[in-house]
Design a protein around this ligand. Structure first.
Ligand code: FES
Ligand SMILES: [Fe+2]
Length: 402
């Protein structure tokens, strides 16, 4: 699906990599989207949240996943195990749980009152004598596979996936096993549904080429020099490492916030004792101007790791033209008011930058939808991971698991 154009130098030297052309057809075709739904989303592990959001027996949350055509109930059982079920009652299929999250001893369907425990077993049928011969044991909630890696909850539509979560995440699982995710707590979350294909949405977050233009207001000198990030395909996944201009001139409020000392977004002069930049798979080039690494976990989960913070993006397709996006910002737990001030500054800076990112996505999709433009012309260095991601999607759609 992706055409690469070689450019030969007239002096006979090694050809320079030429621009890469990615067709827009897969971003606007309903037929292609249906193939993505069947051959990607119904066949891979999908990240849907953090385990600390449901710490106690009976804690649950519900996610409507349009791309799978189902609503998913994640609940911690009395045995401490997390499980995932289709959020539907086995009697006639009514939606079982309507609350987005909470804590429950059992779940009772609002239609006729069938009741399920937190392990998914059917434990109560009103007027059960009228259902003679009905075997409760066969009518528990319908499970999805669920597994947890480093606190991230993943589900898989199949109940016994061929590939384990750990294997699916390779090599990222090995690179981040033991990473101190638990030191961080949720500090900000945002979401939106945009009129854009899910890949177009993601494309805005897997390159830093846009920073000088899109972020000219919020972080104008973040990349004042032409700093090229390091891009690395990792099988079906990939990784991008971002660097910043060390001569960045902080605004007065920013200077004040960071004087207080904190590992936080945009603050490279942090004084924390345990900066993540020393983690072996982060900042592998050991550069002073490292800001963060972004792990793109196929198909729709982006994990950004910086010093003392992480950002989790989820891109959930609704249909070929609509995507629901959820982003959560985590920062290292602290009891220091001074550090908290710096962190709050970072959170607001992150929010503002993300708002700018959203400004281009719908118009890009609308232009592609017009059919006027057949392909995008991408830099083989600055935008290589967009090509990688589209190639990976195409591989799945063709049935060649990559
Ligand atoms: S559909 Fe749930 S009890 Fe009837
Ligand atoms: Fe951006």
């Amino acid at each position: 699906m992706v055409e690469e154009i070689d450019v030969n130098n007239s002096d006979g030297s090694e050809p320079l990599p030429g621009p890469q052309h990615v067709p827009v057809g897969p971003n606007i075709s309903a037929q292609y989207f249906e193939l993505e739904r069947q051959r990607i989303f119904r066949r891979v592990w999908l990240q849907i949240g953090r385990a600390e959001a449901v710490p106690n027996p009976g804690d649950f949350f519900v996610r409507r996943l349009e791309v799978l055509g189902t609503s998913v109930l994640v609940v911690r059982g009395r045995d401490g195990q997390l499980r995932a079920f289709h959020n539907l009652c086995r009697h006639r299929g009514n939606r079982l749980v309507n609350q987005p999250h909470g804590s429950a001893r059992a779940f009772t369907c609002g239609f006729h009152g069938w009741t399920y425990d937190c392990e998914g077993a059917l434990v109560g049928i009103p007027l059960e004598s009228e259902f003679r011969g009905c075997d409760r044991a066969q009518l528990g909630l319908i499970p999805l596979a669920l597994d947890v890696w480093e606190g991230f909850i993943f589900v898989h539509l199949q109940t016994s996936p061929e590939t384990s979560l750990r294997k699916y995440l390779e090599p990222i699982s090995g690179m981040l096993d033991g990473f101190p995710f638990a030191e961080m707590e949720l500090s900000g979350w945002w979401g939106a549904t945009l009129t854009a294909n899910w890949k177009t949405f993601q494309d805005a977050f897997i390159e830093a080429y846009h920073v000088l233009a899109v972020h000219r207001r919020s972080i104008p000198d973040f990349r004042a020099d032409p700093i090229v990030p390091s891009a690395q395909p990792l099988g079906r996944h990939c990784k991008l490492t971002y660097y910043q201009n060390l001569h960045h001139k902080p605004k007065p409020a920013e200077a004040l916030a960071f004087k207080l000392g904190s590992a936080a977004f945009l603050n490279v002069n942090n004084t924390d004792q345990l900066p993540n930049r020393r983690w072996p798979s982060l900042n592998v080039e050991n550069r002073d101007n490292w800001v963060f690494d972004e792990f793109v976990i196929f198909p729709n989960f982006h994990l950004f790791l910086g010093d003392g913070w992480m950002l989790c993006h989820e891109f959930w397709p609704i249909d070929v033209d609509h995507t629901n996006w959820q982003v959560k910002y985590y920062q290292r737990r602290t009891t220091s008011p001074a550090v908290r001030i710096a962190q709050e500054y970072s959170k607001v800076a992150m929010r503002d930058a993300i708002r700018e990112d959203l400004s281009t996505i719908e118009s890009t999709h609308a232009a592609q939808r017009s059919g006027v433009m057949a392909f995008m012309t991408l830099s083989p260095t600055l935008e290589s991971l967009i090509v990688h991601h589209h190639n990976t999607v195409a591989g799945f759609v063709k049935g060649l698991d990559t």
